[in-house]
Design a binder for this molecule. Structure first.
Ligand code: GDP
Length: 619
């Protein structure tokens, strides 16, 4: 096509009022620079409309329509076209095409979908319960769960997933099942505002306490409406009027005193006025006019996540908009996945989740953190791309953080005074990691200090080793293991990996290492690894695992550890080790063997058996 002709066409289009309007609208949408100056590149975004593509390619709407027709595609300028078609047209015009990498979820959300008012429907409120310790938060959440999740729903709640939904006169309410403001603030710190309404529980026999005030402050700063539940009114010492006065004094005036804060007097334990409280929640939510569009790809937030021995990564998410479906590709924090299963904590299996609905999902590649937001994305490849980009950005951040820490320690070492032990912690649950991290950081030995630069859930990975190399760190695994490849890599790089299953032992060891500085010794020697390929059940010896030794050797007298997806399922001794029918002392890499484990039968295909010997540790 002649250049002049194209420009003329383009200019004409620009002058029409419609085109100007369109351009204005387009310029309101934040987007990446799409056409590079030298090599012409079109950055593809899912859902691009015909006119958007035309403007990116610098051609008129009429021109692109003509080209589309030439390809046999009949469409209108406001319809979106698929990537393959766009690519054909782009290549024809001398453009190369690349997928946009979007790392900011909120932006992605804004760009891809703009909900029209008529698509929005009412969604249930999401409620967090806060208040002072022992004022009855847990009891209230339990009472609501136990009385409201009816037994008709597939046997009621069988499992705590971190959030639940109840029915009140045909309306739903979602409760975040972690009382207290820690979770609330953690999520807010990550930019996630999940909660629509806060119930502040105040015990009628105790009154306003420090955490009551904190809870109120958090709710206020998040601009979330507050409902006061005056609890324990069944107690003889209860004095609800006193509580009201106290709260009024700090600016929360009860509705029946002419203020705007709903107060409900309840007994969480005896189940008094719970129904009234729930009705007030619905009233407040009515005023907030909470809405969402169920007919779009879902977005939402992680409430909690963990690694489950049998099911892999399990995360509870609350859908904030759209409908989340089994099979959806989602980007979630730094990871991604395709949703394999969905459940609400009852035995019932779900295939989709609507706005405000909490569901437990499986199928993620790695463990996200509470407060991480997710979006569903049509294209699996793009989901992976975004997640990878984020991971590498995070890694860069960590490396930089560590560089500073190293400098500090260098400086200190130069002063020959303080030494720093840099640690990376991997564990099987957030709880244990936090416990380990905080105890280690508290170790108080003069002249030394511990710096934990990463603490996360899951098996020890290559990334951990990279980070350890970069920052001269030691890796601690708590109830998790590296796979052989990672262990070899660590060995090559001279990175020490220490594995524990008892917290105090880890702490003791580190203390000892700090005192004996600076050459901590391995406690155990891993001799080799075998992969379980077949399972035979024998009435005499129990489960026999047909294995293939993938590296090192497995010895008859060694200790063994059974790993499933990097998590230690069992630790014990071998009961037998055979090659064909013969008992043997050891089996080396590349050979098959049959083995059984003392007092343990739950071996599955795909499990890894790790053989190790204990070695004396020099004081
Ligand atoms: P949390 O720390 O706020 O989660 O408080 P809990 O729910 O654990 O309750 C603390 C204690 O108060 C427990 O012993 C409960 O049984 C008790 N409790 C909670 N609600 C009531 C109530 O309505 N009446 C009475 N009498 N005791 C209650």
């Amino acid at each position: 096509m002649a250049k002049n002709f194209k420009n003329k066409y383009h200019d004409e289009e620009r002058e029409s009022p419609k085109a100007i309007k369109q351009e204005k609208r387009a310029s309101n949408i934040p987007r990446k620079k799409t056409i590079s100056a030298k090599g012409k590149t079109l950055t593809y975004k899912p859902g691009m409309t015909v006119s958007e593509v035309a403007s990116e390619l610098g051609i008129s709407n009429a021109e692109i329509m003509k080209r589309l027709m030439g390809l046999g595609v009949m469409t209108s300028i406001n319809q979106s076209i698929d990537r393959d078609t766009i690519e054909l047209i782009a290549i024809d015009l001398g453009f190369s095409i690349q997928d946009e990498v979007i790392t900011d979820l909120t932006r992605f959300d804004e760009m891809t979908f703009e909900d029209k008012e008529e698509d929005l429907v009412k969604r249930p409120p999401i409620v967090t319960v806060m208040g002072h310790v022992d004022h009855g938060k847990t009891t209230l959440l339990d009472t609501i769960r136990n009385t409201r999740v009816t037994s008709t729903e597939a046997g009621g709640i069988t499992q705590h997933i971190g959030a639940y939904q109840v029915n009140v006169h045909g309306e739903k309410i979602t409760f975040i099942d972690t009382p207290g403001h820690a979770a609330f603030t953690e999520m807010r710190a990550r930019g996630a505002q999940v909660t629509d309404i806060v119930i502040v529980v105040v015990a009628a026999d105790d009154g306003v306490m420090p955490q009551t005030k904190e809870a109120i402050d958090h709710a206020k700063s998040a601009n979330v409406p507050i409902i006061i539940a005056i609890n324990k009114i069944d107690r003889p010492q209860a004095n609800p009027e006193h509580v009201k006065t106290e709260l009024a004094n700090i600016g929360l005036i009860p509705e029946d005193w002419g203020g705007d804060i709903p107060f409900v007097e309840i007994s969480a334990l005896k189940g008094i006025n719970i129904e009234e409280l729930l009705e007030v929640v619905l009233l407040v939510s009515e005023i907030k006019e909470l809405k969402a569009n169920p007919n779009r790809l879902a977005t939402g937030t992680v409430v909690e996540a963990k690694l489950d021995r049998g099911r892999g990564v399990v995360a509870t998410v609350i859908v904030s908009n759209g409908t989340l479906k089994v099979g959806d590709n989602i980007v979630i924090g730094n990871t991604y996945g395709k949703i394999r299963t969905m459940s609400d904590g009852t035995k019932k299996r779900l295939t989709s989740a609507l706005p405000s609905q909490p569901v437990e999902i499986t199928g993620l590649m790695d463990i996200p953190s509470a407060g991480d937001m997710f979006v569903s994305i049509e294209d699996e490849r793009q989901a992976r791309q975004i997640a990878e980009e984020r991971t590498s950005r995070q890694r860069e951040g960590e490396l930089q953080k560590q560089k500073r820490a190293s400098l500090k320690s260098l400086f200190k070492e130069a002063e020959a005074e303080e030494k720093e032990l840099v640690l990376i912690i991997r564990g099987d649950t957030h709880g244990t990691i936090e416990a380990l991290k905080s105890s280690l950081e508290k170790i108080d030995i003069e002249g030394f200090h511990v710096n934990v630069i990463r603490a996360s859930v899951g098996a020890i990975t290559e990334t951990d080793v990279h980070l350890a190399v970069a920052s001269n760190a030691i890796i601690l695994g708590f109830n998790v293991r590296p796979i052989a490849m990672v262990r070899d890599m660590a060995k090559q790089e001279g990175i020490e990996i220490r594995l524990y299953n008892v917290i105090y032992k880890a702490i003791e060891d580190i203390e000892r290492a700090l005192m004996g500085m600076l050459e901590p010794k391995f406690e155990e020697i891993v001799t080799g690894e075998a992969e379980v390929r077949n399972i035979f059940k024998s009435s005499k010896v129990g489960t026999i695992a047909g294995c293939y030794v993938t590296n090192g050797l497995i010895q008859r007298n060694s200790n063994v550890r059974l790993l499933r997806e990097g998590i230690v399922v069992y630790e014990g001794k071998l009961a037998s080790l055979k090659r064909f029918k013969d008992d043997v002392r050891e089996v080396r890499q590349g050979y098959e063997c049959g083995l059984s484990i003392e007092n343990f039968d739950d071996i599955k295909e795909g499990d890894i058996i790790e053989g190790f010997l204990d070695k004396e540790v020099k004081e």
